[in-house]
Design a protein around this ligand. Structure first.
Ligand SMILES: [Zn+2]
Length: 192
């Protein structure tokens, strides 16, 4: 058996996070330089210790426990910026491991109203902003839509040109009529 609530160290996540921040472990989301292995391994070890003897592979498999710990996490005044980045890393990792969308993160109801709930909400807002911008970008660059817009612009140019041509022919006709009726002294009007 094992892994009961009794074996759980209180504030195991807070302790891990503060320690990671103090040791300045990289917790950059999608870090291309190092991939944040120390933070990852440390987090897994801390969770494993909290769970007990049952082996833990991903912390997404222990969502309830992680969410309960996250709900208790308080900001760390000694280094609030780095601390929040570390929390964001965990939230992002849960999201990535579950393959859910950011708006459907199942831990959301469990952390709602807590400090971590606020961090999650800001991440979601950022996520939606990015997705909106991407959608606008995709729409602007969709080859079919680009083709249709080009054809439309061409059609308008052609129509405008044809209209100007008709106007000019009409002006010419009027000019010739008046010219034939009146004195040959009159100068042909300028046509734009
Ligand atoms: Zn890194």
């Amino acid at each position: 058996m094992g892994g009961t609530a009794l074996s759980e160290t209180p504030h195991w996540l807070q302790n891990f996070l503060e320690d990671a921040v103090e040791r300045k472990l990289c917790s950059k989301i999608n870090c291309r330089t190092c991939g944040a292995p120390e933070f990852r391994n440390g987090l897994r070890a801390a969770l494993q210790e909290a769970v007990g003897d049952r082996p833990v592979r991903r912390f997404a498999d222990e969502l309830d426990r992680v969410a309960r710990a996250l709900a208790q996490v308080q900001p760390y005044e000694a280094d609030p910026r780095r601390f929040e980045l570390a929390v964001r890393f965990i939230l992002y990792e849960i999201w990535r491991q579950l393959g859910a969308t950011m708006s459907e993160l199942p831990i959301e109801p469990l952390v709602r109203g807590t400090w971590v709930g606020g961090v999650l909400r800001r991440m979601q807002e950022h996520f939606w902003t990015v997705m909106d911008l991407r959608a606008i970008h995709d729409d602007k660059n969709d080859p079919e839509k680009v083709r249709v817009r080009r054809l439309e612009a061409k059609r308008i140019r052609r129509e405008n040109h044809a209209r100007r041509l008709v106007q000019k022919q009409e002006q010419d006709r009027i000019w010739w009529q008046t010219h034939q009726r009146t004195s040959t002294e009159r100068k042909r009007p300028e046509i734009d």
